[in-house]
Design a protein around this ligand. Structure first.
Ligand code: DAK
Length: 259
């Protein structure tokens, strides 16, 4: 697929996805969602990709929300359809078997915060701003913001942010547990790479299992304990497990084949 709204770069084991609509502060329109889904599927299917980085173009905005101009005259049916489609694509990110890190380089508002929250780890630059301002537009969040914000920071703070639509700074987001790290703008990419370097020393198979187990905790259709037992069992048939245990006994670092 030719991309017009995102840029996809593969740097070694990292697939970088840059939301690239800087004039609109990287707001997510329909076409961007289509391209984002395609890029995530690429990461799922490319064995050599071990991690995904999602960020926004420029130094002002990660993603300033869904494209307000696009849904202004929607019917209720179109609104629900848009919501379900966005939820489905963000779930694809959340369930990606490879770690997905959001490098939040500015505004992460509405659909932008929802995108960041669907990633496994969030690293913010100190100029980042977070919020779910949908109530100011007369809508509720539509891409699972009410669910993931509550999962990440708890009911009381989540309700406050969702009902006031207030924007918060990066240090407050860190206090709330909404982001994992805050660094200077210059350090953002280095910090993300440091995290990837730690992750890439571990078994990709086991990391995929951990993601599935933790996600099962939040999935009412799944029993997280049963998922964990299943993922644990699956490891015993993998080359990663054989290499990990052999390396331990031979007192050397493991070199995981990723299968
Ligand atoms: N959509 C479209 N364009 C946007 C945008 C957005 N979310 N955010 C910014 N832009 C555009 C502005 O219109 C402006 O374009 P021009 O007027 O120059 O053509 C350009 O980006 C630069 O923005 P500003 O001039 O406003 O820049 P400032 O630095 O002054 O302000 C700001 C930055 C981020 C504080 C401000 O742009 C702002 O408040 N933007 C809107 C933020 C926002 O409310 N975001 C949440 C969007 S609501 C649904 C599903 C999902 C959703 C809703 C319904 N259904 C299923 C129905 C989700 C909703 C959202 O995400």
């Amino acid at each position: 697929m030719n991309y017009e709204n995102i840029i996809v770069e593969i740097n070694g084991p990292v697939q970088k996805i840059i939301i690239n609509r800087p004039k609109q502060l990287n707001a997510l329109n329909k076409a961007t969602f289509v391209e984002l889904e395609d890029a995530i599927n690429l990461a799922y299917n490319n064995f050599d990709v071990k991690g995904v980085l999602i960020t926004g173009s420029g130094d002002k905005s990660f993603v300033a929300g869904a494209d307000i101009k696009e849904f202004a005259d929607f019917t209720p049916e179109q609104g629900e359809e848009l919501s379900l489609n966005g939820q489905r694509i963000f779930k694809l990110i959340e369930n990606c078997p490879k770690p997905v890190i959001a490098a939040v380089n500015g505004f992460a508002l509405g659909g932008g915060l929802e995108l960041a929250m669907s990633c496994h780890i969030r690293v913010a630059s100190d100029n980042a701003r977070f919020g779910q301002p949908e109530v100011s537009l007369g809508v509720t969040p539509g891409y699972a913001g009410t669910q993931r914000l509550t999962q990440l920071i708890g009911k009381a703070k989540s309700l406050e942010l969702l009902m006031t639509g207030e924007m918060i700074k990066a240090d407050k987001a860190l206090d709330l547990g909404l982001v994992n790290y805050v660094v200077s703008q210059d350090e953002l990419e280095n910090k993300v790479n440091d995290i990837f370097n730690k992750l890439f020393k571990q078994s990709p198979v086991a990391i995929a299992g951990v993601i599935a187990c933790v996600n099962a905790f939040y999935d009412y259709d799944k029993d997280g304990f049963a998922t964990e037992a299943k993922e644990f069992g699956k490891c015993f048939a993998t080359e990663d497990f054989k290499e990990g245990t052999t390396a331990f006994m031979e007192k050397r670092k493991a070199n995981f084949p990723g299968k």
